[in-house]
Design a protein around this ligand. Structure first.
Ligand SMILES: Nc1nc2c(c(=O)[nH]1)N[C@H]1C(S)=C(S)[C@@H](COP(=O)(O)OP(=O)(O)OC[C@H]3O[C@@H](n4cnc5c(=O)[nH]c(N)nc54)[C@H](O)[C@@H]3O)O[C@H]1N2
Ligand SMILES: Nc1nc2c(c(=O)[nH]1)N[C@H]1C(S)=C(S)[C@@H](COP(=O)(O)OP(=O)(O)OC[C@H]3O[C@@H](n4cnc5c(=O)[nH]c(N)nc54)[C@H](O)[C@@H]3O)O[C@H]1N2
Ligand code: SF4
Ligand SMILES: [Mo]
Length: 693
């Protein structure tokens, strides 16, 4: 082992990294006393963190030493979903799991499916050892699409990858468009940059159907209908062209497909977009003027825009804007959706796809897990899913159309193993529930999607109770299945080193806890996009070759709001500030701040339905019903209701959460989810009807 695992016995705080699915990837300092983590703080030496953490992770010691933390392996004794377990030894659990997987694999390893996402973003405890295990086994691949797939594909087709402005330079911008992002809630350290820019005179505009706490603090809020962002972006292009607010040199030298893009944009006069977006024409023309005439101008785009049918096209249209005005020339101009493509991760070394040999297992999309768990074997689909290994994810709460997801997890002939910190909604359906270490108890290494520093996480305390790392569980299963590749013996510190190889200095990481990637301040000032053409591709030949539109366009929602249907309201379900997806819902101090599951509804929509603040309502469509309390609020625009946060079903009202009504449709690009493209009706729930339909 290259570095002894130094569990702190007290003294200097231990340097770590926040593991959560958040663009900020903060550097942590954990204070330990008598083997217990007593305080988790932001590392003041890390410039992006600047010594500040969000409320959630400030409570990390509370989460780690939580009285309900899973501390020993458990085996199901009651019916599926009842959450009744008895303790079992690690050896007994792993022996039985290995035997069950071996029997299924002997018939068809593709009947086994891993299900994981970003409970931890650590490269080691996420797929470090797990991917090796499932590759060697020949299990089905999981398409990890549930968050950012449409935006990712859009960036790849437009800019060439998940690359963009460096976050620290937003502070120097003179105009910032915060587009589909509630930054104060979910990108706090970016918000600090905005505040600096604002103090220096920048204009800040928020583009979001919901009047968020971020919108409250911007100079202007553009409350467009969900799923209409591409129309707005195309109308902005229209105005940039009409008013000659273009950087012709930049366009000529560093873009592809301008003539075609121009023709497309000219079909989008502001009046046309205003009608679709449900906003005043003047708001569009004013925004175009500001964007066309202010230097430097920056766009912080977030994944909120791409959870609708046309999410990929919307991101393509928005990501094209800075090339029109040449905003990229300045380090405080351009767009940032994700910075993760800047990181030289050696995925082949870490995940070892070579262990697959000649096998090419089928792929299951994590968004459609509800339908897929209920499918029988067919030629097209392949084998029925017989075993599910869930880690770093809570699909019963977070996946769309949860009625179907629950039905799938409840199958008596499905063998389910869940690696978790807590007994989540998903854990209730496990045959084996295995207690996992938290970030304070294991090694890991982190890229980021909001800045460009690599962070190393050292364990601060020994594993609590009998908890084991995810990597250890997969090593244990590999040994029992007779996997002999030496890669299965790699310890976590070795995996940390493998993640970046020689591309990042490991000594610097050991010393400081973080290392900054050498990226130029204005990466695309002179073009050099990582696309096939090296240009910003307005027109994507690769998309056209797939029979798709080569140019970005407005793609209407599957389920637009409208009075002509039984479900006239559009529902979006953005993150709650004090939870992280479904993580932290069980931390009481944070749940107390959130209060209870809420639906924000505009006064006009509430009046039409006789709904008042505090009423228990039924939010429903053909897929199911979600019960929560209504808040009549100007945060909701007319025609759109906001269901906040992904609550644990069992901590919500009547065992429901917002995903009861969301759909399994997929986005135009990237096969992602459409959580915010969802039509519902809302009605007061008589006090005596607790059972959700
Ligand atoms: N506190 C907290 N932080 C988080 C998370 C969390 O759950 N809680 N989640 C984390 C995760 S998983 C991710 S992926 C990241 C980023 O996650 P994002 O989901 O991008 O996070 P937000 O910025 O909070 O929310 C997106 C915003 O988009 C808005 N929106 C919804 N539909 C549309 C639309 O059609 N157009 C436009 N313009 N806006 C729309 C919503 O109202 C919301 O304000 O944040 C991470 N950070
Ligand atoms: N309606 C609606 N649904 C949504 C969204 C939305 O905005 N609206 N957002 C979507 C988005 S953007 C995302 S990213 C997904 C997120 O979906 P998930 O990735 O499933 O995220 P979480 O709900 O945070 O669940 C992560 C789980 O991993 C566990 N975990 C954390 N660290 C470890 C570890 O080291 N080992 C093990 N074994 N377990 C660990 C945590 O305890 C937690 O229960 O949800 C999506 N669902
Ligand atoms: S959740 Fe985000 S803001 Fe909070 S500590 Fe982690 S990285 Fe920082
Ligand atoms: Mo996400």
């Amino acid at each position: 082992m290259p570095q002894a695992i130094g569990i702190s016995t007290g003294g200097a705080p231990v340097r770590g990294a926040c593991p959560h699915d958040c663009p900020d990837t903060c550097a942590l300092l954990t204070t330990v006393e008598h083997g217990r983590a007593i305080r988790v703080q932001g590392n003041p030496a890390h410039p992006q963190t600047d010594g500040v953490l969000c409320t959630k992770v400030s409570r990390y010691a509370e989460r780690t030493h939580h009285p309900e933390r899973l501390l020993q392996p458990l085996k199901r004794v009651g019916p599926k979903g009842a959450g009744q377990f008895e303790p079992v030894s690690w050896d007994a659990a792993l022996d039985d799991i290995a035997a069950r997987l071996k029997a299924i694999a002997a018939r068809d390893p593709e009947a086994i499916l891993p299900y994981s996402y970003a409970g931890t973003m650590g490269l080691v405890q996420s797929e470090g050892m797990a991917a090796r295990f499932f590759h060697q086994l020949g299990a089905s691949h999981l398409e990890r699409t549930i968050c950012s797939a449409a935006g990712t594909e859009a960036l790849v087709q437009t800019l060439g990858g998940k690359v963009g402005m460096k976050v620290e330079f937003f502070a120097q911008s003179k105009l910032i468009l915060i587009w589909g992002s509630n930054s104060i809630a979910s990108n706090l350290h970016f918000w600090r940059q905005v505040q600096q820019a604002k103090r220096d005179g920048a204009r800040i505009v928020c583009i979001d159907p919901r009047k968020t706490e971020t919108a409250d603090k911007c100079h202007e809020h553009i409350a467009l209908r969900p799923g209409t962002d591409a129309a707005l972006a195309l109308a902005l292009m229209h105005e940039l062209i009409r008013n000659h607010w273009l950087d012709h040199d930049y366009i000529a030298q560093h873009t592809l497909g301008w003539e075609r893009m121009r023709e497309r944009a000219l079909q989008w006069p502001p009046a046309r977009a205003a009608e679709i977006c449900g906003i005043p024409v003047q708001q569009i023309t004013d925004l175009a003027r500001d964007y066309g005439t202010t230097r430097p101008a920056a766009i912080r785009l977030n994944y909120g825009v791409q959870r609708v049918h046309g999410g990929g096209n919307a991101v393509r249209a928005i990501a094209s804007l800075p090339a029109l005005t040449g905003a990229w020339r300045h380090r405080a101009g351009g767009v940032l959706l994700s910075s993760s493509g800047h990181f030289p991760i050696d995925r082949a070394a870490l995940h070892r796809p070579d262990l697959l040999g000649a096998r090419r297992p089928r792929t299951i999309n994590m968004v459609t897990i509800g339908d897929d768990l209920l499918r029988e074997a067919t030629q097209d689909f392949g084998p029925k899913i017989e075993a599910l290994i869930v880690y770093n994810s809570n699909p019963v709460a977070v996946a769309p159309e949860s009625g179907k997801v629950v039905q799938g997890f409840a199958r008596d002939d499905l063998f389910t193993v869940v690696l978790e910190h807590f007994q989540t909604d998903t854990a209730d359906y496990a045959d084996y529930l295995l207690p996992a270490t938290t970030q304070l108890e294991h090694w890991d290494i982190h890229a980021s999607y909001g800045h460009t520093d690599v962070l190393l996480n050292r364990p601060a305390i020994a594993p609590v109770g009998q908890t084991r790392t995810n990597t250890d569980v997969f090593r244990g299963l590999a040994a029992r299945l007779g996997f002999t590749d030496p890669g299965f013996a790699d310890d976590d510190a070795t995996l940390c080193r493998a993640a970046f190889g020689d591309a990042v200095g490991f000594d610097e990481l050991l010393e400081n806890g973080f290392a900054t990637l050498p990226i130029s301040d204005a990466p695309f000032a002179s073009g050099g996009f990582p696309t096939p053409s090296g240009r910003c591709e307005f027109f994507s030949a690769r998309l056209a070759a797939q029979g798709l539109d080569g140019l970005p366009d407005h793609v209407p929602n599957y389920e637009p709001a409208g009075s002509s249907t039984a479900y006239p309201l559009a529902m979006i379900s953005p993150p709650a500030r004090n939870f992280l997806n479904s993580t932290f819902v069980n931390v009481k101090s944070l749940r107390d701040i959130e209060g209870e599951p809420l639906l924000e509804i505009h006064a006009s929509d509430a009046a039409a339905r006789g709904i008042a603040t505090g009423d228990v309502v039924r939010v429903f469509n053909d897929r199911g019903a979600y019960h929560c309390k209504a808040v009549v609020s100007p945060r909701a625009r007319p025609g759109v209701v906001n269901g906040l946060g992904v609550w644990w079903r069992k901590l919500g009202l009547h065992g429901t959460n917002v995903n009861q009504v969301t759909s399994q449709h997929l986005t135009d690009l990237g096969r992602g989810p459409v959580f915010y493209d969802c039509r519902v009706e809302v009605a007061s729930l008589p006090a005596a009807s607790p059972s959700p339909a």
